[in-house]
Design a protein around this ligand. Structure first.
Ligand code: SF4
Length: 193
């Protein structure tokens, strides 16, 4: 029925209702996958605008992230090259002054199965604290970003590109000066392998 295992798996993800009783806007998994993807964007969870559009990073955070990576929208949304698999696939709603943390159910139910079906991944961008803790264990985001070379060539830790990161980048000018040029090279290198 399905052309491959990954398509079958994605169909099951899109039908997932595991958190239906806890998601204020209901399940709407937002992700982008393909067996041939070279880069994985391991992000946090969709926000309200992404929940409405169903397109990952179709918001200001996405524009900022694409700028950091030096990628056009055409390349960023080319699933054969770039996979986008957040820690939580559905918009978790608000908590306090910002978005609630990503649901933890995705990691145990879907995430590792999806990643196992993308054998060509060369570089994983760990976007934000949740993805970094999942891949690397406990640690401070700023230390990991500053010491990004320790995690290459497999991982590249990054801050979450929310509006707060603009202030953060202003306070940490080494990020644009020292990290972004290497990030863009790493991205181009992974895409060309
Ligand atoms: S957040 Fe993940 S586990 Fe929960 S309903 Fe959405 S896809 Fe399913």
């Amino acid at each position: 029925m399905y052309p491959n295992e990954l398509d079958d798996l994605v169909s099951r993800v899109r039908a997932c209702q595991a958190c239906a009783n806890d998601l204020p806007f209901g399940p709407r998994p937002v992700l982008q996958v393909c067996e041939t993807a070279r880069i994985l964007v391991a992000s946090q969870a969709p926000g309200a605008r992404v929940h409405a559009s169903g397109v990952p990073f179709s918001d200001d955070s996405g524009a900022r992230l694409r700028g950091w990576l030096g990628l056009t929208s055409d390349v960023f949304y080319d699933a054969t090259r770039v996979a986008i698999v957040p820690m939580g696939f559905c918009y978790p709603g608000k908590k306090g002054g910002g978005d609630a943390p990503p649901r933890t159910e995705c990691a145990g139910t879907w995430r590792s199965e999806l990643l196992a079906r993308m054998p060509e991944l060369r570089l994983t961008l760990l976007v934000g604290t949740y993805a970094q803790i999942d891949a690397l264990g406990p640690g401070r985001m700023i230390d990991r970003v500053r010491n990004f070379r320790d995690y290459l060539p497999r991982f590249f830790p990054l801050p979450h590109p929310s509006w707060r990161s603009r202030l953060w980048a202003d306070q940490n000018p080494w990020f644009e000066r020292e990290v972004l040029p290497v990030l863009r090279d790493a991205v181009q290198g992974a895409l060309s392998q």
